[in-house]
Design a protein around this ligand. Structure first.
Ligand code: HSE
Length: 349
């Protein structure tokens, strides 16, 4: 499988590592050999090699020169740009893990659609284009006979979309409530342990959990984006502008409230709710005191969790380990395997 990778930040690197680490499993169980034929970055150049890029050598080059390859010249004659690589290179799978930009999702969307238009399968960890309009991309993929998967885009360490696709097939998802923002959850637990809000935020930023603009996490917008994507993917809801979602974050939460909730045996969590009703799908994001019987009250620290309510199985709870690069990279690998199984009829899926 020839892979073109866009984005070589923490997630892109972790993805290269995990593809290398899991090479024997990919080969033996799924009959796949992953080979990176192109890697593109926004500011550190692009590199391609149809025979396969030596990732170890590339990392050494990057650490000594600060670049992966030459900067694209005007018109891209000397070194191709990411767009040209998507449009012109020979590859089987496009992996888009450029940094998430909810405010400017058009660029990753154009990469995704550029690959799909050529009938290439695409997987992504970028939630921006999904929020903008999942159905449009899904239909575009179908029209071009390509697969489009995005397990890594929402709660990277929690099997969510693949779980719903494979394990809830045939069920109707009536509602989803979840702790979907790692930064907020991590901060709430540090505050219970005695940290100030500012110190907890600093720690969350240092650990790489927060968005470039952390108000996006703290005011609940990131949770709203994820909830909207879930509403679109699982319940067929149309995309909605962020300002139409009822959102309240954790930025006004006082430690006293957290301790009171903990003393009652439950917990205060930032909860995103997506509920099917007769007038469509309702989305809310707000801090809620959860009773100890709600499994979301036990979602702690840098983790996420979602409670599905289905028409067949009732409640199903899924939780996982937050959003570290390795978690997100694994979700990309999961999608890679699904693409491989779908294309080659491999075993194990
Ligand atoms: N800032 C986000 C979070 C990153 O804290 O969950 C993953 O979407």
């Amino acid at each position: 499988m020839r892979i073109l990778l866009l984005g070589f930040g923490n997630v892109g690197r972790a993805f290269c590592e995990i593809v290398e680490e899991k090479a024997p499993l990919l080969r033996d169980l799924f009959g796949v050999e992953g080979r990176f034929v192109g890697i593109a970055t926004r500011s550190r150049g692009c590199v391609s090699d149809p025979g396969g890029i030596d990732i170890g050598a590339l990392l050494k080059k990057e650490s000594s020169t600060g670049r992966l390859g030459p900067a694209p010249s005007r018109g891209g004659r000397d070194a191709p740009s990411a767009v040209e690589m998507v449009q012109e290179m020979d590859y089987d799978l496009l992996v888009v893990c450029t940094s998430t930009t909810i405010q400017s999702p058009e660029e990753p969307k154009s990469f995704i659609c550029g690959g799909l238009q050529r009938g290439k399968d695409v997987i992504t960890s970028n939630k921006g284009p999904l929020f903008l309009g999942y159905r449009e991309i899904r239909d575009f993929a179908a029209a071009n006979g390509a697969l489009f998967l995005f397990e890594a885009a929402v709660m990277g360490g929690t099997p969510f979309f693949s779980f719903a696709r494979h394990c809830l097939t045939g069920s109707e998802v009536l509602s989803c409530e979840g702790v979907m923002n790692t930064t907020s959850n991590y901060i709430l637990d540090l505050m219970i342990a005695g940290a100030s809000f500012d110190d907890a935020l600093l720690d969350a930023r240092r650990k790489g959990y927060a968005e470039a603009d952390p108000t996006f996490d703290l005011e609940g917008w990131d949770s709203a984006v994820k909830a909207s994507i879930i509403a679109q993917v699982l319940m067929g809801a149309p995309p909605v502008p962020l300002e139409d979602i009822e959102v309240q974050g954790i930025n006004q939460i006082k430690t006293r409230l957290l301790l009171e909730a903990a003393h009652s045996g439950g917990a205060l969590r930032l909860v995103s709710r997506v509920e099917k009703g007769k007038d469509g799908v309702a989305i809310t994001v707000r801090p809620e005191v959860l009773s100890p019987s709600n499994p979301l009250s036990r979602v702690h620290g840098a983790t996420n969790g979602v409670l599905f309510l289905t028409d067949t199985l009732g409640e199903i709870f899924v939780a996982g380990g937050g959003i570290g690069p390795r978690h997100t990279a694994f979700s990309l690998l999961r999608d890679l395997i699904e693409v491989a199984c779908s294309r080659k009829g491999g075993r194990g899926c």
